[in-house]
Design a protein around this ligand. Structure first.
Ligand SMILES: [Zn+2]
Length: 337
């Protein structure tokens, strides 16, 4: 893990896509939930074999198992705790996101879901002082009218948002399944209150979605690499200092970019966009941030110093308290070669 001996940050990291396999296995067994393999080894092999999928739709279908498991407080607590434990040795700061409405199928309220996650996160931070974590609440794009659930997420976000536990609001799901403009009303109140937002856009959908979510009030874009396809949108991203949460491997697996070599991430960085590098779903995608850096260096044209810059960008764009940022940035600057 000393290959990249500088503080590393992951800003785009889904809880349900990053469950430790042993924990998924144990929690599923305890709850009589069907697993796709007979043994734990077989399950790990299944995760590796299915990391590459046909498209974003197929990718999202793989969340069915974690969603089936994460329906009670004990499962939520254990999952956030062990997920943080799993990355504590190589990340100094992570923003982990999840959609409370996906965890209410067995009677929990969104508020109870959020409370269980905060408890597990706080216990992990107390036990593993090398890492700090912020939680991002996702609204969902879905194939039915879930506006009531989404507005409840926004309401709870406004109640809980505090820069240390619940740090930002997001919109996730199958981009362009429903036009992005449909979701504008969700962000009116958070924008008026100046609350932090990062929104998935410009991954499966086009650059116009990047432009739209900036207007919604997002200071970061989840993925956002398609802004490269439209000069005016790219300029808007740069002029507004919008951070792009780039997830190279996820984009290749979902086929929203054809290859690491053709991914525009390095060009975006060189053009002056605030690029960050992230894992998206480290277990379902079968990768760590170390793998992502290896691929950035070996295949996507990044230099070692670019990796430092991406981490400085990530700290600057993070939703941690402003006064905590400078120490990380000073440390990172020492690692430029
Ligand atoms: Zn994502």
């Amino acid at each position: 893990m000393n290959k990249y001996p500088f503080p590393k940050v992951d800003l785009h990291f889904h809880l349900d896509g990053s469950m430790v396999p042993e924990v998924t296995w144990k929690l599923a067994k305890e709850r009589n939930i069907k697993l796709p393999a007979e043994t734990l080894e077989g399950f790990k092999q299944f995760l590796a074999d299915t990391a590459d999928c046909g498209d974003v739709g197929e990718y999202l279908a793989r969340f069915d198992l974690p969603t089936a498991i994460l329906q009670d407080e004990a499962a939520l607590f254990e999952t956030i705790y062990t997920t943080i434990e799993n990355v504590k040795d190589y990340l100094c700061y992570a923003e982990i996101r999840f959609a409370p409405q996906l965890h209410t199928k067995k009677g929990l309220t969104q508020k109870e879901v959020i409370e269980a996650i905060i408890k597990g996160k706080q216990k992990a931070e107390a036990d593993f002082p090398s890492i700090k974590v912020g939680i991002i609440l996702c609204c969902m794009i879905d194939d039915y009218d879930n506006s009531e659930e989404n507005f409840e997420t926004v309401r709870l976000f406004e109640e809980y948002c505090d820069k240390t536990n619940i740090v930002a609001l997001d919109l996730a799901g199958f981009e362009d399944f429903v036009p992005m403009a449909h979701y504008a009303p969700l962000f009116v109140s958070p924008k008026e209150k100046g609350l932090p937002m990062t929104i998935h856009a410009g991954d499966n959908g086009g650059p116009e979605n990047c432009s739209m979510v900036i207007d919604f009030g997002a200071s970061r874009i989840g993925h956002g690499h398609k802004c490269y396809n439209d000069k005016a949108v790219l300029q808007k991203v740069i002029d507004n200092n919008i951070a792009l949460e780039i997830c190279l491997t996820s984009n290749i697996q979902c086929k929203t970019q054809p290859s690491y070599q053709k991914h525009p991430a390095k060009k975006l960085l060189d053009a002056g966009a605030k690029v960050t590098l992230n894992t998206d779903n480290m277990i379902l995608g079968n990768l760590t941030i170390i793998d992502e850096y290896d691929r950035a260096l070996e295949k996507a044209g990044f230099t070692y110093n670019d990796l430092i810059t991406c981490n400085i960008n990530a700290i600057e764009a993070s939703f941690m308290p402003q006064e905590n940022k400078q120490a990380y940035i000073d440390e990172l600057k020492k690692h430029y070669k």
